[in-house]
Design a protein around this ligand. Structure first.
Ligand code: WT7
Length: 645
């Protein structure tokens, strides 16, 4: 058994959840009266404009509906309702790459969002239900744009600024977006870079739904101005700072966020209004013990779900102060993050294992050079954290006094699902520990039987929860198949996460990683199908299989097996393939390894056995049965190819 770390008793006294007993009491409440449990929180936490009639509608499974017919507006929940008490409190604390700081109060946030909302309505005719794509750097205007959309009922779809023009184009087209909001560029590691040319590239052909591009001028580099382009900085001056919010239904879509699956193109995960914002707020208060006066820093990019829920919607719905950072934590040196913690008196720091590994590598003792005693809770998300990185985070960054919350969740879950409560749950290093109260996370076999202790099973959520994905934009069938097609319990389909997990004798859950064909590079999800489709565009490639292989910093890296049509040079192919990946997906999709093989291990029905390829890439012995392969001799041949590569 690994060592347990107990929460600090003194700090627990002031915490939102103070003990394991209190945690289990909530768990029981949810078990005994599921709808009553959620009703209680929905009534307390949400500023309803008109009440809901039913907590949960299960009549059309798995298209669950929460808080039926209730009316609310998320920008009210995040801004207006706080104004009386918090007008002069900082809402967004922005730090630019070059150290420029902007403190935006709730009052200022309100004025900016109202103006932005008016601009969307008046100039671009954006109405309730219209889709708006954001391709933005980490600047306050990105948050204004998201909140302005929610104010008028438009559905935003933020596309991470690291995605390529091709990837951006696919997302604009799939969502049928009317408007793209972007910036000319931004700053990174002290230098300006450009974003707008990527939008130009993405929209030069196709994108039929697109009517306009709104450009925020962040840096003064020269860009091209086209017919559809509009200048935010000039237009915004003419808009009124009063814009009444739209009355939205609980189930109206709040936003789309594209993510990779095990098959086909990225899917537009659709989130709802009430259920999403409720859980964003509750998890802020529970997982991070967020309280009045706290200064919360989540280092994610707003292009990911972590940025949506824990930079914008979670902290602001709590009336908190959220830190937004344009730069990278290693510039100008590896002390940047700790310097920011000291300067802004940051109380919670939430980041990804890959960032922890980099900061550890580059600056083992760096945290001790700063006064970072303001820190209260440390968080991690995105991939399993290794015990080595965990130790450093706990000892050197947290000074052995900050609990680490290892939060497991997904784009599809909207908010945290399995995580320690910082002042209630004794933690085991590198373990996500217990499901949050109300979340029915279980490790089961496909037929619903519980997986025995310490054996790998399927991580499922066996009851619907408020912030769950509602559908895949435009593809209800794919939604059903992707999430409710694999596992069942008591004869009913249940949500399967795609992850494997193990449960121990204390009921603690350890995530073992994806069991489907999805890989996780630096916390970014990439589907092998997407990568393989791109690689197959190379004219020399006959067949391709992509796997993820362990990497000391990135967690996993991309490893390619190819069968070639001819005698082309594999080094040239590698260069070309990486160019294609950067073009079709983005730089995050570049591969680290390629190996040329004569054939791939396939079943008789033609399915590639990636599991065998993973074992071989790690230079481990094959223990699985290979007799079901169409041609078992390929295994030896691949081994040889790996040795000589
Ligand atoms: C996948 C979801 C949720 C925000 C970031 C990623 C992996 C996430 C953990 C964790 C081990 C984790 C899972 C999951 N993952 N958190 N604490 N421990 N693995 O969101 O891109 O939707 O990816 O990230 O494999 O399925 P995402």
């Amino acid at each position: 058994m690994s060592k347990l770390y107990y929460p600090n008793k003194e700090l627990a006294k002031k915490a939102n959840i103070k003990s394991l007993e209190q945690y289990y009491a909530l768990v029981d409440e949810a078990k005994n009266d599921y709808e009553g449990y959620w009703k209680n929180f929905a009534d307390k936490k949400i500023d309803w404009l008109s009440p809901y009639s039913k907590v949960l509608d299960e009549s059309n499974k798995p298209f669950y509906k929460w808080f039926c017919e209730g009316k609310l507006n998320v920008s009210n929940q995040c801004i207006d309702r706080h104004l009386e008490k918090r007008a002069n409190q900082v809402a967004i604390l922005f730090e630019g790459d070059r150290g420029d700081v902007q403190k935006i109060t709730y009052k200022e946030l309100s004025l900016n969002v109202n103006r932005f909302a008016n601009l969307l309505k008046n100039k671009f005719d954006i109405k309730k239900g219209d889709r708006v794509v954001l391709y933005m750097p980490m600047v306050p205007e990105a948050a204004y744009a998201m909140l302005a959309c929610t104010r008028i009922g438009a559905i935003h779809s933020v596309v991470f600024g690291g995605f390529s023009a091709e990837a951006l184009k696919d997302r604009i087209e799939d969502a049928g977006a009317k408007l793209v909001i972007t910036a000319d560029g931004a700053y990174r590691k002290g230098k300006p870079y450009l974003l707008k040319p990527v939008v130009d590239d993405a929209t030069k052909n196709g994108c039929d739904s697109l009517e306009a591009v709104l450009v925020i001028q962040r840096n003064n580099e020269k860009i091209e101005w086209n017919k559809k382009d509009h200048k935010y900085n000039e237009l915004i001056k003419y808009e009124s700072d009063q814009c009444p919010y739209e009355i939205m239904d609980s189930e109206d879509p709040l936003f789309l966020l594209y993510t990779s699956g095990s098959t086909g193109k990225p899917k537009g995960v659709q989130h709802s209004t009430a259920g999403y914002i409720l859980w964003a707020q509750m998890t802020m208060e529970w997982t991070f013990d967020f309280q009045d006066g706290d200064v919360f820093w989540c280092t994610a990019d707003i292009g990911w779900i972590t940025g949506h829920t824990y930079i914008v919607y979670g902290p602001l719905s709590c009336g908190g102060t959220t830190v937004m950072f344009e730069g990278v934590p290693t510039y100008p040196d590896s002390g940047r993050a700790w310097k920011m913690v000291e300067e802004h008196q940051i109380t919670q720091f939430y980041t990804a294992p890959t960032a922890i590994r980099v900061l550890h590598k580059l600056g083992e003792d760096e945290p001790s050079k700063y006064n970072i005693s303001s820190l209260k809770v440390l968080g991690t998300v995105g991939e399993p954290i290794d015990p080595h990185a965990w130790e450093w985070y706990y000892k050197v960054v947290g000074g052995e006094k900050c609990p680490i919350v290892d939060t497991w969740w997904q784009t599809e879950t909207g908010g945290h699902m399995i995580t320690p409560l910082p002042f209630a749950t004794p933690i085991k290093p590198a373990c996500a520990t217990l499901p949050l109260p109300g979340i029915m996370a279980e490790v089961i076999e496909k037929d619903g039987t519980p997986t025995p202790i310490k054996e790998k099973g399927y991580l499922c959520i066996t009851k619907p929860w408020p912030s769950m994905i509602r559908t895949i934009w435009g593809d209800d069938e794919r939604f059903k198949k992707s999430y409710f097609g694999d596992c069942e319990k008591n004869g009913e389909s249940v949500y399967f996460s795609g992850d494997g997990a193990m449960i121990d004798e204390d009921g603690y859950i350890t995530i073992t990683g994806r069991v489907d064909d999805v890989i996780n590079v630096s916390g970014h999800r990439l589907g092998t199908a997407e990568l393989e489709a791109a690689i197959a565009e190379d004219e020399h490639v006959a067949e391709v299989a992509v796997i993820g292989t362990p990497h000391s910093v990135k967690g996993e890296s991309i490893f390619i097996y190819v069968v070639l049509k001819d005698n082309a040079n594999i080094k040239d192919i590698f260069i070309h393939v990486n160019k294609i990946l950067a073009r079709d997906i983005g730089n995050i999709a570049k591969a680290d390894d390629i190996v040329k093989v004569e054939g791939l291990p396939k079943t008789r029905s033609g399915k590639i056995m990636r599991r065998i390829l993973r074992t071989l890439a790690k230079k481990e012995e094959i223990t699985q049965d290979i007799s079901t392969l169409e041609d078992p001799s390929v295994v030896e041949k691949i081994k040889k190819a790996l040795e000589s590569s």
